[in-house]
Write a protein that binds this ligand. Structure first.
Ligand code: BEZ
Length: 210
């Protein structure tokens, strides 16, 4: 069954390029991004893994651990890591799960048989410190993901987990946010004493809380 927002992210034990991990132990109380790749030694995946490796300091800054998955074995992953570095200049600096028996792929519903019986789609799960699923994305094998967008979404998830705000279309860190409709004007006066700009009674823009 598909995992939905708010569900517990299932725990698992798996072989990775950094040894055997218990997912919950590895993750601890950080945020995590678990993302799948259809197969080793494939072109789009090579560019994606290099990009995530280059962005690792940005994930670290947000207290987000990243972990990839591909259905091949650890020895293939290790050979592929060299190619990734050759092509992108970035060394794999996060664990890549080896899932030849498709245990984790099945647990997270990453195999969509109508797309491919044998390889995963490009799934992304953002998992919160409480081990609950905060965001899912599914891309087909032919379309590489935009990891700047993933960082943008994580900024929104972390902000909106902390404050009673939502983020508008195309929002970026530092831009105005929306006071959620569940907060009355009376409550908003306490939470946002500097005031807000009401475009409509239900659309109240306010400076991003720090
Ligand atoms: C790729 O990563 O380039 C890829 C993988 C499977 C199908 C198509 C492209």
């Amino acid at each position: 069954m598909a995992l939905r927002l708010g569900d517990d992210a299932p725990n698992f034990t798996a072989e990775t390029t950094e040894g055997t991990i218990d997912f919950y132990d590895w993750k601890g109380d950080s945020w995590a991004v678990l993302f799948s790749h259809p197969k080793d030694f494939t072109p789009v995946c090579t560019t994606e893994l290099g990009r995530v490796a280059a962005l690792k300091p940005e994930f670290d800054k947000r207290n987000v651990k990243v972990i990839g998955l591909s259905v091949d074995g650890v020895s293939d992953h290790e050979g592929w890591a060299q190619d990734i570095e050759d092509v992108t200049g970035a060394r794999l600096n996060f664990p890549l799960i080896a899932d030849p028996d498709k245990k984790v792929s099945t647990l997270y519903d990453m195999i969509h048989p109508a797309a491919s019986e044998t390889t995963t789609v490009r799934s992304v799960f953002v998992i919160g410190p409480d081990n609950k699923i905060k965001l899912t994305l599914t891309y087909p094998a032919s379309t590489g993901r935009n990891f700047d967008e993933l960082l943008r979404v994580i900024d929104s998830l972390q902000l909106t987990a902390k404050h009673q705000v939502a983020t508008p279309a195309d929002w970026k860190q530092g831009e105005d946010v929306i006071i959620v409709p569940a907060v009355s004007d009376e409550e908003a006066k306490e939470k946002f004493p500097e005031g807000w700009d009401a475009k409509k009674p239900y659309l109240r823009l306010v400076k991003q809380p720090s």
